[in-house]
Design a protein around this ligand. Structure first.
Ligand SMILES: Cc1ncc(COP(=O)(O)O)c(C=O)c1O
Length: 423
């Protein structure tokens, strides 16, 4: 007789679940306090909005009547917060023709939960999601965790889509029989994770037109997690919600209050254009948790109502711009470009997307990655960020959490390792 209970037989989903590869990286970071991490998508501790949350909590506590915000809420989320978020969405997409925006919202435990629910509501094992290239690796993990697959749209290295190549790609998809399994298109269209790029409006419009031409009218999942995190000016592109070429597509627009404000408060939201689909997603959300923290949502209502959100976000933007320049500057000054590395200077978001010389393997289990950890700097290996056919000479470097001084040191360490590998 065994003395301890055995691990139970797991479901297919339970067996498929994998700790994200970056979790292994984070573990090395925690084990080595001298390691400077450019890996995590964590936000900047020095600009977290403590005063705004203290004021919001005090104002809630001072409210007359019962503290309803300490009670369970609904799966859909607080009506007042939904109204506020609807007004914000209308600011970003002024031509959105929906006078009931707030009734089509789902407030979630970060936008990550909304992404999971959307894929869960659409995909069976074996189904396909078309994704940008590169793409957000935690979304790729959602898709594979649910037994579905990703196929990369034919984005070039500069993040552009070419109509002729797209045509060829979709024709091949049809000929291989895979087109019938395509259940969604996923785009991180503003200051993307990992590339820092925004999708040109002409390319986004063309994608909608060509998909429709090929009869692939599948849901668009547009993830705008970094839209508010521009440095100087917002990216001018409209979202699929108001682009004429996308009007025949059902859509979910995923946004979050975490990245531009407070990751720890973990409130995100999704706006869905289709009532029945939204109802099903809310039913799934109900089985996840009955609803996102009512108190967390009520705090955000206060923060938005008293102007704390709008005054704080510009500070966060300035902070990230300074940090991006610190890392970018350290890499330039160290001579990384002269070693054959290339990258663009982003105009928003939290990431530099660095391309190493083609022969250099920057992958998770490669020599270069190990040498960086020994030198005291950690990054996200870019091969994790491809929906298929991973390229092994990219690095995602986040400037979110380290201070400008630390970023300069981390950049210097990365360059030193690159110099050794260039010899
Ligand atoms: C592109 C993108 N989408 C969604 C998320 C999820 O963020 P949250 O759950 O904090 O809203 C992240 C987090 O890193 C992200 O980078």
């Amino acid at each position: 007789m065994p003395t301890t209970p055995a691990t139970p037989a797991l479901s297919a989903l339970g067996q498929r679940a994998r700790l994200p590869a970056v979790a292994r990286l984070m573990k090395s970071a925690l084990e080595n306090p001298n390691l400077l991490s450019l890996a995590a998508g964590f936000t900047d501790n020095s600009t977290l909005p403590l005063a705004e949350f203290v004021a919001a909590a005090q104002s809630l506590a001072a409210r007359a009547g019962e503290p309803e915000y300490l009670q369970y809420g609904t799966a859909q989320g607080r009506p007042e917060l939904r109204r506020m978020l609807a007004a914000r969405l209308k600011f970003w997409e002024p031509t959105l023709a929906d006078n009931q925006i707030e009734s089509r919202f789902m407030i979630t435990n970060g936008s990550q939960q909304a992404l999971y629910i959307a894929v869960q509501s659409l995909c069976n094992p074996g189904d396909i999601v078309l994704v940008d290239r590169p793409s957000y690796f935690a979304f790729l993990d959602v898709v594979s965790g649910l037994g579905a697959r990703c196929r990369s749209l034919p984005f070039d290295r500069e993040g552009r889509l070419n109509e002729a190549e797209l045509d060829v790609f979709l024709t091949e998809l049809k000929n291989s029989g895979d087109a019938a399994r395509v259940k969604a298109v996923y785009l991180v269209s503003y200051f993307s994770n990992p590339s820092g790029r925004s999708l040109a409006e002409t390319d986004k419009a063309m994608l909608g037109r060509v998909l429709a031409k090929h009869g692939l009218i599948v849901p668009l999942l547009e993830d705008v997690a970094y839209r508010e995190l521009f440095f100087d000016t917002p990216h001018p592109s409209r979202s699929g919600l108001t682009l004429p070429e996308w009007q025949v597509f059902p859509q979910v627009y995923f946004a979050t209050l975490t990245k531009p404000f407070s990751t720890g408060a973990k409130v995100g939201y999704a706006y869905c254009t289709d009532e029945k689909w939204l109802a099903q997603m809310l039913a799934i959300k109900g089985t996840h948790d009955f609803g996102t923290s009512n108190y967390g949502q009520a705090l955000f209502e206060e923060v938005i109502r008293n102007g704390g959100f709008d005054t704080h976000v510009p500070k966060v933007r300035r902070g990230y711009k300074a940090k991006m320049l610190a890392l970018h500057g350290a890499l330039l000054a160290g001579g990384l470009r002269e070693l054959g590395w290339t990258w663009e200077e982003p105009s928003g978001g939290m990431y530099l997307w660095l391309r190493a010389p083609a022969a250099l393997n920057t992958g998770m289990d490669g020599e270069f990655c190990r040498a960086c950890v020994e030198e005291g700097v950690l990054y996200v290996p870019g091969d994790l960020c491809f929906g298929d056919k991973p390229e092994t000479n990219w690095i995602r470097a986040s400037y979110g959490v380290l201070s400008p001084d630390q970023l300069a040191v981390a950049g210097g360490r990365l360059v030193r390792v690159a110099q050794r590998f260039a010899k």
